[in-house]
Ligand binder design. Structure first.
Ligand SMILES: [Zn+2]
Ligand SMILES: [Zn+2]
Length: 207
């Protein structure tokens, strides 16, 4: 029996618990997009990379950017970090193979995601891998911001309207929201019974 390297919870014979395994899978899937966004956020519209490097450390007008951020949070560094992890995992799993051919951040993240079952079961540094991926994500989020919470579609409104029909407007809520008013008929969904009725009376989707 082992415990999760991140949260100390029971993890069976694995290095990470189920929750942290899922989170790592999601982070590996998101990282390439996130770093593509970082690139868009950090390059000022009217400057090329050459201009940014030229102004670094020089006296005179400074780039409005925090240039240290450019050194540490960028796709090149993220790709280097993930490359080292791919090399380490491959070496541990297939020591007879040579180093993997050069690949993009996207390809390395996808490869690691595909090996995730093996990693959490057999790779002793799985916790360090998860922590570093988490750091890369946090650093990128500090620049691009957190994603806006997306409304979840719960179904169509089941309230009976004044003319005796069923309202049928789309009911959606933000994660964590417990009270929703139908924008069409003003019916308020709030109690457990309301949510149960909403679920129960959803029109059956034709097969
Ligand atoms: Zn955990
Ligand atoms: Zn309604």
């Amino acid at each position: 029996m082992t415990t999760c390297e991140l949260c100390g919870e029971h993890a069976g014979h694995h290095y990470l618990c189920g929750r942290h395994t899922n989170r790592l899978a999601q982070q590996l899937a998101d990282l390439p997009t996130l770093y593509a966004e970082v690139g868009e956020c950090l390059v000022p519209r009217r400057a090329s990379w050459g201009d940014i490097i030229a102004t670094k450390g020089a006296a005179g007008p400074r780039s409005p950017l925090n240039e240290d951020v450019l050194d540490t949070v960028n796709v090149t560094r993220a790709a280097e970090v993930m490359r080292l992890w791919r090399v380490a995992v491959q070496h541990e799993r297939w020591p007879q193979h040579g180093a993997p051919a050069p690949a993009s951040l996207t390809a390395d993240c996808r490869w690691l995601a595909m090996e995730l079952d093996w990693i959490v079961a057999h790779f002793p540094a799985a916790g360090d891998l998860a922590r570093e991926v988490g750091d890369l994500e946090t650093e990128a989020r500090s620049i691009v911001g957190d994603p806006a919470p997306r409304p979840q579609r719960l179904g169509t409104c089941v309230a009976v309207t004044a003319d005796g029909g069923i309202c049928g407007a789309v009911i959606s809520r933000l994660p964590g929201q417990t009270r929703v008013q139908c924008r069409w008929c003003q019916y308020v969904y709030e109690t457990g019974l309301d949510w149960m009725r909403l679920q129960h009376f959803q029109p059956k989707v034709a097969a």
